[in-house]
Design a protein around this ligand. Structure first.
Ligand code: SF4
Length: 475
């Protein structure tokens, strides 16, 4: 039995930006709390709700939209289906009307400055991303629950198992790259095939394929929208969106009308090295500009790093002429297995491990996926993932103003390019001669995470976050 059972749909979750740990996770936690009130039959008795944000959720909560997420989660909205255009208007209504419709059923008074508390100096020992919800009932009783957002949209309570899925009998229970390799060698399966076999423990294969295709459609729509939306990002840093302008320059007037014809128009630009670099950067910028604008994105494995895997996948679709369902599912399945090895052996939470846990892991996932799709052996896939992480080790998290914008957006372009380089290196190498295994780099990343000063772990207390002074009128 593997220590944790992780499905493709745990690594890739549809949600709303800008942060999986600070937006999607707290949103899910708020929904869970409302469900507790419903299960106990007390929702209609609630008169007041307090929200206490601790540690990293307090320090970078405003910049990462934690306040917005918990208000919408308490209101009964779902991040998968909620209209992204109504995010800001609805939160503004709650603030100005001082009313919150708990679970879309129970109207209560709610004061943003009194009932939502950012406890900047308090941290809970279990995990730095903690949120407590308190509900006060009309009979004088109170109900309180604490949740921890442990990265990638995963939410746990102290007495929970980390797995969000009920235990199943996986054909291939795997915790480490070594175990994965042994299973592949024993069966002759590709990593993606092994993943798809495991997924049948949860649902029929056709359902998995449909779900993965839905993930791809969300990624596809996000890239396309990001490449065609100009303007300035919210939050007060006044960061200008760049993807749309870059896309226009790249396309040089070639016409298209939808995603498919855009792929053709992009491909028609040729294979010049500079052009390919521009394209990959454009794809990554597009996703992360959407993410920073509270757009609909897919955690891959987090929101801050949501652009790396889509950019490499889009590079594969455009420049390797591989816009077909089987190949896209193969890409996403392989990436998910690499990500789950990092989650089990280290972390995908920047509050635990800095940016190596976000951009580093996403780059490793993308490198492995690209390598398998380009015909690499299972050992070359693991080698590519190892190379990609090896050159992200120690990467700190220091977002300016606590916003997921600088350095985050550009950093996704770097993660994508490193992933492509790592895949090419692995494809041109003999993995028998590799000196560093993927398991070694996973455990090195975890040890580096534990040694890393807390100011570099999504607190905005160090690095660029304090070196570069930019006025933030909204924060
Ligand atoms: S610096 Fe990296 S880990 Fe930190 S918020 Fe930005 S993308 Fe996420």
């Amino acid at each position: 039995m593997a220590q944790e059972q992780i499905s493709i749909f745990d690594m890739f979750k549809i949600g709303i930006g800008p942060s999986s740990s600070h937006t999607l996770g707290p949103w899910r936690a708020a929904q869970r709390f409302v469900q507790v009130l419903k299960d106990q039959g007390v929702l209609a008795q609630v008169e007041q709700v307090n929200i206490l944000l601790y540690g990293s959720l307090a320090k970078t909560g405003v910049g990462h939209g934690t306040d917005i997420a918990v208000l919408l989660g308490l209101s009964g909205d779902d991040p998968v289906t909620f209209d992204v255009h109504d995010v800001m208007p609805k939160v503004e209504r709650i603030k100005t009307q001082k009313k919150l419709n708990l679970g879309a059923e129970q109207n209560i008074d709610f004061c943003y400055t009194e009932n939502l508390l950012f406890l900047f100096d308090q941290s809970l020992p279990f995990h730095p991303n903690a949120v407590t919800f308190q509900a006060f009932l009309n009979d004088g009783k109170a109900i309180s629950e604490t949740y921890y957002s442990i990265g990638g949209g995963f939410v746990v309570q102290e007495n929970d198992s980390e797995s969000v899925l009920s235990e199943v009998d996986l054909t291939f229970p795997i915790d480490t790259a070594q175990e994965l390799m042994v299973a592949c060698m024993r069966t002759g399966l590709k990593i993606s095939e092994l993943v798809m076999e495991n997924e049948t423990a949860w649902r029929p294969e056709q359902e998995t394929r449909q779900g993965v295709w839905k993930i791809f459609e969300t990624i596809r729509d996000c890239i396309y929208k990001g490449c065609h939306t100009e303007g300035v990002l919210p939050g007060g840093l006044h960061v200008e969106r760049r993807a749309a302008k870059l896309n226009k320059r790249m396309l040089k007037g070639r016409s298209y009308s939808d995603f498919d014809s855009w792929v053709e128009a992009t491909r028609a630009g040729g294979r010049d090295f500079g052009y390919i670099l521009d394209c990959v950067s454009c794809f990554a910028l597009a996703v992360n500009e959407e993410n920073a604008s509270f757009g609909r994105v897919v955690t891959a494995p987090t929101n801050g790093a949501a652009g790396v895997i889509p950019a490499v996948l889009q590079y594969y679709i455009v420049f390797h002429d591989c816009y077909n369902e089987d190949k896209i599912i193969q890409f996403i399945a392989t990436a998910s297995e690499i990500g789950s090895i990092f989650k089990k052996g280290a972390t995908i939470s920047a509050a635990m491990g800095g940016c190596q846990a976000e951009i580093g892991v996403s780059s490793a996932m993308a490198a492995g996926a690209l390598t398998e799709c380009l015909g690499g052996s299972q050992r070359q896939v693991l080698m590519a993932a190892e190379i990609a992480m090896e050159h992200h080790l120690g990467l700190t998290c220091d977002p300016i103003g606590g916003l997921v914008q600088i350095p985050c957006i550009e950093r996704n372009t770097m993660g994508a390019i490193k992933a492509i380089t790592a895949a090419q290196l692995a494809l041109q190498s003999n993995p028998d001669k590799a000196k560093v295994s993927l398991d070694a780099v996973v455990s090195t990343m975890w040890e580096t995470a534990q040694d890393m000063n807390v100011k570099y772990k999504e607190t905005a207390d160090g690095g660029l976050a304090i070196k570069v002074s930019l006025s933030l009128p909204e924060c």
